[in-house]
Design a protein around this ligand. Structure first.
Ligand code: RB5
Length: 146
């Protein structure tokens, strides 16, 4: 599995924490920054991660800002992306199983690093359930063409 990750300044600390987790889990990843802690615009950092996932270069993406909201809105504007804003383990599992989400957004100002680690690990390890959810995903993606 290959993961793309980025944040804005509001998500810098948590991004470093999650990179550490990915290293511990021996999951290959590419970090799209930002390199410094200076104020940046989250759509600029959502773009390379979501385009990389949509193109198939990466299997999954992780986006972090202060709330996770800006990043999730930006991500869901890119065709092919199903980004879930998640701040609990139950939703992390459900959104993989039911929505086949391919990008995870979280807010550093909303949850602590311990919970974020559990969310990421659960989200990465939970497979899509398929079945009746497949039809719903197809309908979701059809909305992109309208
Ligand atoms: C930055 O101050 C903050 O607005 C951003 O990190 C994010 O929370 C936006 O949704």
């Amino acid at each position: 599995m290959k993961v793309a990750i980025s944040s804005d300044h509001g998500g810098n600390n948590l991004r470093h924490e999650i990179k550490q987790l990915l290293t511990e889990l021996t999951i290959e990843f590419e970090d799209f920054g930002p390199e410094s802690g200076q104020s940046v615009d989250y759509p600029d950092y959502a773009a390379p991660v979501t385009k990389g996932v949509a193109s198939g270069e990466f299997d999954k993406g992780i986006l972090i800002c202060g709330t996770g909201i800006g990043m999730s809105i930006a991500a869901n504007k890119v065709n092919g992306i199903r980004c879930a804003l998640v701040h609990d383990v139950f939703s992390a599992k459900a959104t993989r199983g039911h929505n086949d989400s391919n990008v995870l957004a979280m807010g550093e100002r909303v949850i602590g690093p311990g919970l974020a680690r559990e969310i990421v690990q659960t989200w990465l390890e939970t497979p899509f359930e398929g079945g009746r959810h497949e039809r719903r995903i197809e309908k979701l993606m059809e909305l992109e063409n309208n």
